[in-house]
Each structure stands twice: as structure tokens, then as C-alpha cells.
Design a protein around this ligand. Sequence first.
Ligand code: GRF
Length: 198
Amino acid sequence: MDSNNFAVFISGRGSNLFSILKKEREEKIRGKVSFVYSNRRSAPGLAIAQQFNKDYYTFPYNDENEKRLLDKLKRNRVKLIVLAGFMKVLSHEFIERFKGHIINIHPSLLPAFPGLNAQEQSFNYGSKISGLSIHFVDTSLDGGPVIFQKAVDISDLTHIEDIEKRILVYEHRYYYQIIDKLLNEKWELKGRNFFWNE
Ligand code: GRF
């Protein structure tokens, strides 16, 4: 994996995908999106991949198709797999194989509110601060080592949708920067602790 190629996996809207492809086009990411994969054919994000002239693949994620995916990752010498709203749990084998090379973005300050509807969970809990976490994917649910977090004040917001919107702005601001750094800079993981080697 000596390239700077990365792949983006989505399942839905694709606003993070859009921001990543835009930054790639603006040369704000020192790396290249090799392809986009969606496990859902109806994902609106696929139209974004098309708009940016990216190769994209859509097939359900299962044992059989995992082989197809592995083949595409290998052929494109993909160094990093970026999950951006990918709603399927990857197999243990897949995760082991790409350990340290799969990242995800989650709209809460983990370990608070893992899983689905994190913003709704924060709202229902009555949190005043929420945020986003970018983390490595391991076999736990949103529980891999944290690479980056940004706290976001939500104390003035009274609707879940507004929390989603506010956090999303920061997702788009930071995800591409972390992708760029992971592809180009040195880092290390000591246990669960992630450090940039600057
Ligand atoms: C984002 O809120 C992300 O944090 C979460 O899923 C959502 C995906 O949104 N993992 P989009 O498809 O990138 O618009």
C-alpha cells in the first residue's frame, strides 16, 4: 500500500463524500479517491460520485461481494478506506486485514452516543456540548481508537435537525484534513492513544 489512493464507502446522502471530492479537486488533499462504494443502489451519494467522474460500485455488502471489494481495493492500491455514512458493519476478516487503514466519522464525542442517531441521542440526553469524532474502525461499534475530536456547543439548539446541521459543518471542515494528514504524515498508535509524529 505505497500509494496515496483512498476509497470512500457510503450508504446514503453523501454530503461528506461531496466535501471530500471537492477538496480533492481543489488539491487540498494530497491523495486521490480511487473509487466510491455504496452498499445501497439508491444512495443519493452515488450521483455525487458520478458528478465528479469517479468510478463507483454498488452492490450489497455480503461475504461473496466482499471478495469483489477486496479485489478493487487491491487493484487500486488503496491505502485508506474512508467510511462516510456507511451503514453496514464490516466483517471481522475485512477489518483485521485493513487494521489501521479504515476510518469513520461519527457525529458525537465518543464514547458518548455510539451507534445510530447520535445527534438525537445527545439531544434526548440533554447534552450541552456534542461534536464529532474521527476514529479507526475496529470490530466494536464506533469504539476504535480516536484520531480527532471536535467539541461543538449545542446549548442554544432546540431541534435535533439543527444539531445535525451544526455538527455537519464541522464534519466537512475536518474530515478531509484528517484524511490528508493520515495519507501524508507520520503517526503512531500506542494502545488506544493516537499521536501525530510531528
Ligand atoms: C454523518 O453525520 C456522519 O457523521 C455519519 O453519517 C452521516 C453521513 O452523512 N457517520 P453524509 O452521507 O455524509 O451526508
